[in-house]
Design a binder for this molecule. Structure first.
Ligand SMILES: Nc1ncnc2c1ncn2[C@@H]1O[C@H](COP(=O)(O)OP(=O)(O)OP(=O)(O)O)[C@@H](O)[C@H]1O
Length: 300
């Protein structure tokens, strides 16, 4: 479990993080979403113990990253936003070398490394020098390395950036596997739709402050299209409309949001039940609109 408790951090006069708190429970995949410069990487660097907070703390399975850094960081796998591997080592050899730290014998490490790197689309670059890897390739390599010691918590910083569709499927399957194993998974992105289909929960950060925590199912529901209609006998129609989503009245209009059926199905049932539907229109709301509305709601 990852607990970020009242973390603040300034760089000179810039308050990069202002009292940031959230939790990532075991068996839960949490997306960390914010625009460029919102404070995601700063939070993550503090959570993995490479940057000290000005105040607050992060607990990894109850261990403080500031007071018990070594033990806490052993319990966390981390893929940085921009991994640096400026070594002349060849990729597979370096993987085997790192696996040695965790007591994995070379033959076993070679088998594991080959399998992980091939899964991540690096099968043709096993014997290429890491320094010659592109940034996207280094990211994939860092992902393979973070898996070596099978820690109970993972933090991935913009991990989808740099993966091709096959790599994205690999990451999604991996996250689901971790969830089933009861691990806590946090992964950041600046695109909300990118975390859909992977995250159970989304923590939104904007200008260093947490502006909302939502279950993905809530977000998807709120982002679904709404149906706006003018009907006679609104009160009587509610028993029908409430089957299809959340119902509210807006002046002389009735709005059904979070639709679970197509507008034509709903209108057909109303008409067949004897209601007179005078006006119908639907309103789309994308995931990104949800995100921008959230930001606007915080004084933007
Ligand atoms: N070492 C540093 N020195 C000075 N300013 C920094 C430093 N690291 C981060 N910042 C500033 O802190 C703010 C938050 O940056 P951070 O990298 O955490 O954002 P982010 O949400 O990860 O953005 P991105 O999606 O672009 O990676 C930004 O304004 C950034 O310029």
């Amino acid at each position: 479990m990852i607990e970020v408790n009242s973390v603040s951090k300034s760089f000179g006069r810039l308050k990069a993080l202002d009292n940031v708190s959230f939790k990532v429970y075991n068996g839960e995949i949490t997306g960390y979403v914010g625009l460029n410069g919102a404070g995601k990487t700063t939070t993550i660097r503090i959570a993995v113990g490479v940057l000290p907070p000005d105040s607050g703390d992060v607990l990894i399975d109850g261990l403080s990253v500031t007071r018990d850094k070594k033990k806490a960081s052993e319990r966390i796998g981390w893929v940085p936003e921009l991994p640096i591997f400026e070594t002349d080592f060849k990729a597979l050899d370096y993987y085997v070398y790192l696996a040695g730290y965790y007591g994995i014998p070379p033959t076993e490490a070679k088998r594991m490394g080959r399998e992980a790197l091939e899964m991540l689309g690096l099968g043709d670059a096993l014997n290429m020098k890491l320094a010659a890897y592109s940034q996207g390739m280094k990211k994939r390599f860092a992902l393979a390395v973070s898996l070596i010691n099978d820690p109970p918590n993972f933090i991935f910083d913009e991990v989808l950036n740099g993966l091709d569709p096959k790599g994205i499927v690999f990451f999604r399957d991996l996250a689901v596997k971790f969830k089933k194993q009861g691990k806590a998974v946090l992964f950041s992105s600046h695109i909300l739709s990118e975390v859909e289909g992977i995250a159970d929960k989304v923590v939104f950060i904007h200008k260093g402050k947490i502006i909302g925590v939502y279950m993905m199912s809530e977000i998807v529901n709120m982002a679904k299209p709404s149906l706006i209609m003018k009907i006679d006998r609104v009160e009587e129609s509610l028993s029908i409309l409430e089957k299809y989503g959340r119902v509210e009245t807006r002046g002389e209009y009735v709005v059904v949001s979070g639709l679970n059926a197509s507008p034509s199905v709903i209108v057909k049932e109303l008409v067949e039940s004897g209601f007179s539907v005078q006006e119908v229109r639907s309103e789309e709301r994308s995931l990104e609109e949800f995100f921008f509305n959230l930001i606007r709601g915080k004084g933007e």
